[in-house]
Design a protein. Structure first.
Lengths: 414, 408
């Protein structure tokens, strides 16, 4: 959505996108490196997650503590994430410190120590994270829902699977790094109160000598639409529902987004109104459009006490299906208003912009402009949204529930 | 940035930090009422009231309230803590008049009986949702263990029993007693015109009832209890511990924030290097929470059940060393840099400034600019940290555990 983004591809293939912003004192970056969990070796799901942790345990001339102290001293609010496709490294601080932070990340990405003597600690840490997720039914549900609703390996749990952790070794994590962490297909988005010329020079200096690697290939498998119940002695039954939609790169993406917005946008949207406000069936209910490069799903969630769980599932599915019967003009207008105001508010956050330009580049290979997105939002009509819904009906649901008792899925209407 | 303030004839305080460079504006009403202001028989009423606010008044139905906010494209919600209930909306500047009208409408809802019964179901579901989150359960339990005879120890949401037994009449009485101008501040941050704000506030809030409730802010007695919630099927053990820390208006509260970062930040701190980096624990954090008249050091440990005893010893060895030797100037400087950059980042968005504006006014009765906050953080010395530790040493006075262990 930028008018001013500067795009530069280094000779080694690293794409740098810089968006200078007015009236801000901070700057942020978002690094996407194509080494996410989709590339985990077969039977070693969790490799990318361990690599992400180990990469911060010393790099270049700095050991683990020195590296962290250097980043802390720069005031960097940092985060590492493991995505399906990418490892993410992001950070934000006052703008004049950003160039130095980027230099440090040059070492983290090119020359991490990946210390073998810290491998066990890293794997133990991941095991504990997975244990904690296992204890939280809502978190576990979303992991299982993604696993079932996307074709393999796109639904692979990004943080790994407990039973596969013992198969991962320090060597296999090192291999993952050497085969996948590379400048070609990596994306660096930088936004904030920065001088683009200075950022460009710093990035050339820090990343220019990073050696490209061959692309890696993997096969996308098939997806079965499943209905699964996981027993858990929880207070609530947690319900996850998924169905197909179109991805971010698709020309109908904003129409798909509006179709979900009618269901679950603001508090006047259908699921909130019908399931929560009119029936009091739950506190948390939502549906979001989740997009991977070539696949997208609507992921819906509701949590409810077990005796009302069947009714919650039935009403939620009914509302999802009922959108195809018609949409009020006001429902669409409210979606459009929310989209337009969040477009503007995003311009106030360096972190949001750095993330958005990196994501745009990954999905589209270009950066969308504010006018372009606003134009697409304004062009939506009730007819085009309904047309989309009829062309991509909500059906073939994947339904995962976690709780004391399984639920019945009403298959007659499918 | 320009700061403005005024007080309406009925005593409502209105404050604004206006910034012509902002692209949006955030408005909020901070009501000085929360679970600590409740008696046991209405436990959970402040939070329940926050939900009922969205059910509308004589002019707007529940559907109208949500529909109108959504028509504005507003980012709006409300929250309830032990001490403050807040209602807020971030909007584009041209929508400020409608957003202010709707926000003020939230404060005096009709509290219709049938809405009350329907929303009670939603609250019971919310209690159920948190019940499935072990860290939330641990927090509720440790507050109870630490403040066993004080309302700060009660659950913000109340219990299933207290909420089920609550009547609409009791809620109406609580609302009449607490939703008075002396308990409120209306705050605006971002792009706006002060003259317009004054006119709008006068029009929508001029008839709010006057008055202020008294809150006992004398330091509560500290319990020192241990509570264990046994969940045999769980894999991870969660332990929380509390000890006394500075109250919200204490001059050393910024030093306490810095100490939390130095000792217990989740990505690099004394506890991180001692427990998380070596793989002994998934989480080992120290946080500082401040309240009216009291404060707490909150320790959180998440690890396998068999490692709890050893990890608690590690944590307390760290605390003993910090209490004895203080912190180094290098550690302090790193923490100052981190907090300063987080203040800068948060303050760039009107929504981020709104929270600081409101809470400074509720707790301190004063306006503090971003520059003042930055200067205060940068001005803290190693000696200040020593003074803090002498008065409020790191400790574990009260404990709660949730997980497979039957006892600690």
């Amino acid at each position: 959505m930028s008018q001013t983004a500067i795009i530069h591809t280094l000779a080694n293939g690293l794409t740098l996108i810089i968006e200078p912003m007015r009236d801000v004192r901070s700057a942020a970056f978002s690094f996407l490196v194509p080494a996410g969990s989709v590339h985990d070796p077969a039977g070693q799901n969790g490799t990318a997650a361990i690599l992400s942790d180990l990469m911060l345990r010393g790099a270049g001339s700095l050991d683990s503590r020195q590296l962290t102290a250097t980043l802390d001293n720069l005031g960097l609010q940092r985060g590492e994430s493991v995505g399906v496709k990418h490892l993410g490294f992001s950070g934000a601080t006052v703008a004049d410190r950003l160039p130095e932070a980027l230099t440090v990340y040059g070492d983290i990405l090119k020359n991490p120590h990946l210390p073998p003597d810290q491998f066990d600690a890293s794997r133990d840490g991941l095991e504990m994270t997975l244990h904690a997720m296992q204890d939280e039914p809502r978190q576990r549900l979303m992991v299982e829902l993604r696993r079932h609703c996307f074709p393999s390996p796109w639904g692979t749990p990004t943080y790994g699977q407990l039973e596969q952790l013992p198969e991962i070794s320090s060597e296999s994590v090192g291999d993952h790094f050497r085969q996948l962490v590379r400048p070609n297909a990596a994306i660096l988005g930088v936004a904030g109160g920065i001088d683009p010329v200075e950022v460009l020079a710093v990035v050339e200096e820090a990343f220019g000598d990073w050696e490209p690697l061959p692309e890696t290939a993997f096969e996308t498998g098939v997806q079965a639409h499943v209905v699964e119940h996981i027993h858990h002695d929880s207070t609530q039954t947690h319900i996850g529902i998924a169905y197909d939609a179109v991805p971010y790169r698709h020309e109908d993406y904003y129409t798909a987004w509006a179709a979900v917005g009618v269901l679950s946008g603001g508090m006047s949207s259908r699921l909130f109104t019908e399931v929560r406000e009119r029936r009091g069936l739950c506190y948390a209910i939502s549906a979001v459009l989740n997009s991977l490069p070539h696949h997208a799903r609507v992921l819906a969630y509701a949590g409810t006490t077990s005796e009302r769980a069947q009714e919650t599932l039935d009403v939620t599915l009914e509302e999802i299906r009922r959108v195809a019967e018609g949409i009020e003009p006001g429902e669409l207008e409210r979606c459009q208003s929310r989209a337009k105001s969040s477009l503007i508010m995003e311009q106030e956050s360096t972190i949001a912009r750095a993330g958005a330009i990196a994501r745009d580049w990954f999905h589209l290979g270009r950066i969308t402009t504010l006018e372009e997105v606003r134009g697409k939002i304004e062009a939506l009509t009730v007819e085009t949204v309904l047309e989309y819904i009829h062309a991509h009906p909500a059906e073939d649901f994947t339904v995962v529930t976690i709780g004391p008792e399984p639920l019945d899925l009403d298959t007659q209407q499918e | 940035m320009e700061f403005h303030e005024t007080t309406l004839e009925n005593g409502l305080k209105v404050i604004a930090e206006l910034n012509s460079a902002a692209q949006s504006v955030a408005a909020g009403v901070f009501v000085r009422t929360g679970s600590r202001d409740e008696t046991e028989d209405v436990s959970g009423v402040s939070h329940f009231l926050e939900h009922m606010a969205f059910k509308g008044n004589e002019v707007y139905s529940a559907d109208d309230v949500n529909r109108i906010f959504d028509e504005l494209g507003a980012n709006y919600n409300a929250s309830t803590s032990e001490e403050v209930t807040q209602f807020y909306a971030a909007i584009l500047p041209e929508h400020l008049p409608t957003a202010l009208e709707m926000l003020t409408a939230l404060l005096y809802p009709s509290l219709r009986g049938d809405d009350f019964e329907m929303e009670k179901k939603v609250i019971l579901e919310e209690i159920g949702m948190y019940d499935d989150q072990p860290t939330f359960t641990a927090y509720e339990q440790v507050m109870q263990a630490h403040f066993p005879t004080h309302p700060l120890g009660r659950k913000i949401l109340g219990t299933s029993d207290s909420v089920s037994a609550l009547t609409a009449d009791a809620m109406r009485q609580y609302h009449t007693d607490h939703y008075r101008t002396g308990n409120m501040v209306l705050a605006i941050a971002g792009r706006g015109d002060w003259g317009e704000v004054c006119d709008l506030v006068q029009a929508h809030c001029g008839s709010f009832p006057e008055g202020r409730t008294k809150r006992d802010t004398s330091p509560p007695p500290v319990g020192g209890q241990t509570q264990v919630v046994e969940r045999p099927a769980s894999l991870q053990q969660h332990v929380m511990q509390l000890a006394p820390a500075p109250p919200a208006d204490h001059p050393l509260r910024y030093a306490a924030d810095l100490l939390g970062v130095i000792v217990g930040d989740h990505s690099s701190s004394r506890l991180y290097w001692e427990l998380v980096d070596p793989g002994h624990a998934e989480s080992a954090d120290l946080g500082y929470n401040d309240y009216d008249g009291t404060g707490t050091w909150l320790t959180y440990l998440g690890c396998p059940p068999q490692a709890v005893a050893e990890n608690l010893q590690r944590i307390h060895a760290v605390y003993e060393q910090v209490n004895r030797d203080g912190v180094s100037s290098i550690e302090l400087e790193q923490a100052q840099n981190r907090i300063a950059s987080s203040i800068v980042l948060r303050s760039e968005r009107p929504m981020g400034r709104l929270g600081a504006l409101g809470s400074n006014w509720v707790y301190l009765g004063q306006y503090r600019s971003v520059e003042e906050d930055l200067d205060t953080v940068r001005g803290i010395t190693v000696e200040d940290m020593t003074e803090l530790l002498a008065e409020y040493p790191l400790a574990a006075v009260s404990t709660a555990a949730v997980g497979p262990l039957a006892s600690l």
